[in-house]
Write a new protein. Structure first.
Length: 402
């Protein structure tokens, strides 16, 4: 158990939010084991992005945005008057790191402004340790708050942010008290660049409760049903999935593909659907909350994920726990979850032809789909059960925070 003097806070970009239910489940699991966790978030999610299971967090989260302008200004004035040297030192520290592009230097000015504002709330709540999910803005702000207040912080390294977001990666790795990686791939990536920190970098998988994602009987669809779930953003590479669907249609496969989500690429995807003449194949129901998502898994013959960058996606775990075979790209930590040829197929990224071929293998063999679905659930039960993962995380927290 943590000592009373340790007050732990989680810092996330949006909380609680539909796309990051793995964080809220992690928090609930730790709280069951005795940890009291404060909640800090950069942005307030829209009401429709909060699932019913996460409504318990309403009123318990401090948000930087929407910004209270006068509080923000007054907080900066107070910090500048109270600790002028430290305030100015870390401002110039953050904008003067070597090997940083001009665009990123400008971004760090915003991070500094947000960090000072957040530091006042951290101080008010008596928080002594911040855990930041993702290596991007969250970790940069956690680093600055920790430096300003003389407290500690740690990071969970997820795939996409770690590989794409390189701002202050050396400084964040160096000064974090410990780092949890959601995959061995992430740990290897960090230690390849910073081997001197091997003793404080650990692998702890994300997970889910398999009893909440129980298998259903195989669907009796009139046509093969593919399912994809995720935000419509570039790294999800939905353009590749649509190209694969175009190829499958050309090959005469009778199927439909359900794309659940929303995001900045929505209009682009609609245009591609029109260009490929896939209006009779693609269904886009929009955002679906967690409490309604299982019905879609239960109607799916194959779950598909075409991303070019990921960690180990929880949505793949959900599909596998529901005993749905998967076709996903062979990137980052995904092979640690999906065994190619056993619980699904892993074609190379950015290769719609190979992706379509993998789907075609499963499309024509119901018995293979059933075997792969069962193998996938077995993998979840063995290695991605959240209760086991939470105990591993708690052991590390106990080691460093007590």
């Amino acid at each position: 158990m943590p000592k009373k003097k340790t007050i732990l806070a989680y810092l996330t970009s949006d909380f609680p939010v539909l796309s990051h239910t793995f964080i809220s489940r992690e928090v609930k699991g730790l709280e069951k084991l005795g940890y009291s966790i404060r909640h800090l978030s950069i942005h307030r999610p829209a009401a429709e992005e909060i699932s019913k299971e996460d409504e318990v967090f309403k009123g318990k989260v401090f948000y930087i945005f929407p910004l209270k302008k006068w509080d923000f200004i007054w907080t900066h004035i107070r910090f500048l008057l109270r600790m002028p040297l430290r305030y100015l030192y870390y401002f110039f520290y953050i904008i003067s790191r070597p090997d940083t592009r001009l665009h990123d230097r400008i971004r760090t000015v915003y991070h500094f402004a947000e960090a000072v504002y957040l530091a006042a709330e951290v101080e008010r709540q008596g928080i002594t340790h911040i855990h930041a999910h993702f290596y991007h803005n969250n970790a940069t702000i956690a680093l600055l708050v920790a430096k300003l207040l003389g407290i500690s912080y740690s990071i969970t390294a997820h795939g996409s942010a770690l590989l794409i977001e390189r701002v202050l990666i050396k400084e964040k790795t160096e000064s974090a008290q410990f780092i949890l990686c959601i995959s061995q791939y992430n740990k290897n990536f960090i230690l390849k660049h910073y081997p001197q920190y091997a003793d404080k970098v650990f692998v702890v998988h994300c997970g889910l409760n398999p009893q909440q994602f129980l298998p259903a009987p195989p669907p009796a669809n009139d046509k093969l049903t593919l399912l994809a779930i995720g935000r419509f953003v570039p790294v999800k590479a939905y353009a590749d999935l649509l190209k694969a669907c175009f190829l499958l249609k050309q090959q005469g496969l009778d199927f439909r593909c359900v794309l659940i989500g929303d995001g900045p690429e929505s209009e682009k995807l609609q245009q591609l659907i029109a260009d490929y003449q896939l209006q009779d194949v693609i269904e886009m129901p929009g955002i679906v909350l967690q409490e309604k998502i299982q019905a879609y898994f239960e109607q799916a013959d194959i779950f598909v994920l075409s991303s070019i960058s990921e960690g180990i996606p929880v949505v793949l775990m959900e599909a596998m726990s529901k005993q749905v075979p998967v076709v996903a790209t062979h990137i980052t930590g995904i092979p640690e979850l999906v065994e190619d040829g056993v619980s699904g197929y892993l074609p190379p990224p950015a290769n719609p032809e190979a992706f379509a071929a993998a789907i075609q293998k499963l499309a024509t063999d119901a018995a293979l789909r059933q075997r792969m679905g069962q193998a996938g659930r077995n993998k979840i039960l063995a290695e991605f059960d959240i209760e086991k993962n939470i105990l591993e995380r708690k052991a590390i927290y106990d080691r460093y925070l007590t």
